[in-house]
Design a protein around this ligand. Structure first.
Ligand code: SF4
Ligand code: SF4
Length: 127
């Protein structure tokens, strides 16, 4: 399975909403596989989630933004492209070092889903 860095955050904040029915069906399947212990290879570009996104035509149509999100996540977490990672440890690290440390706002503030993700993060804090 291939994942791009900022999708660790998108998966962490996922509550069943997405760009299309095909996208969310694939997201559900991918998240289930990752939670079952699948590893992923970190990629610098479109991944297994992008493959079902209406904004992907071989490249992300909002590449300027999403490449920036990837770079910020990669820099904070010290990730390496081409390397295989365990999902559970990686998403836990992203949660700890980006979300709980208060750096989430610096990663993807101009994403159309940002308000939703902020609400998900706030609701998890009160659980
Ligand atoms: S918006 Fe871009 S980065 Fe996000 S899933 Fe779609 S193609 Fe991939
Ligand atoms: S705001 Fe957008 S890029 Fe950031 S975690 Fe949410 S869906 Fe992903």
């Amino acid at each position: 399975m291939k994942l791009r860095p900022h999708h660790l955050l998108c998966i962490n904040n996922y509550v069943g909403k997405g760009y299309s029915e095909d996208f969310t069906a694939n997201m559900d399947k991918t998240v289930a596989g990752l939670k079952n212990g699948c590893e992923f290879t970190l990629v610098n570009g479109p991944d297994d989630l992008c493959a079902h996104c209406p904004f992907c035509d071989g490249e992300c149509k909002t590449k300027e933004k999403t490449d920036r999100y990837d770079k910020t996540v990669t820099d904070i977490l010290g990730l390496k492209y081409g390397k295989a990672y365990k999902f559970a440890g990686s998403v836990e690290k992203a949660n700890r070092e980006i979300i709980k440390s208060g750096k989430f706002d610096a990663v993807c503030p101009d994403c159309e889903w940002f308000s939703l993700c902020k609400n998900v993060i706030s609701s998890k804090k009160t659980e």
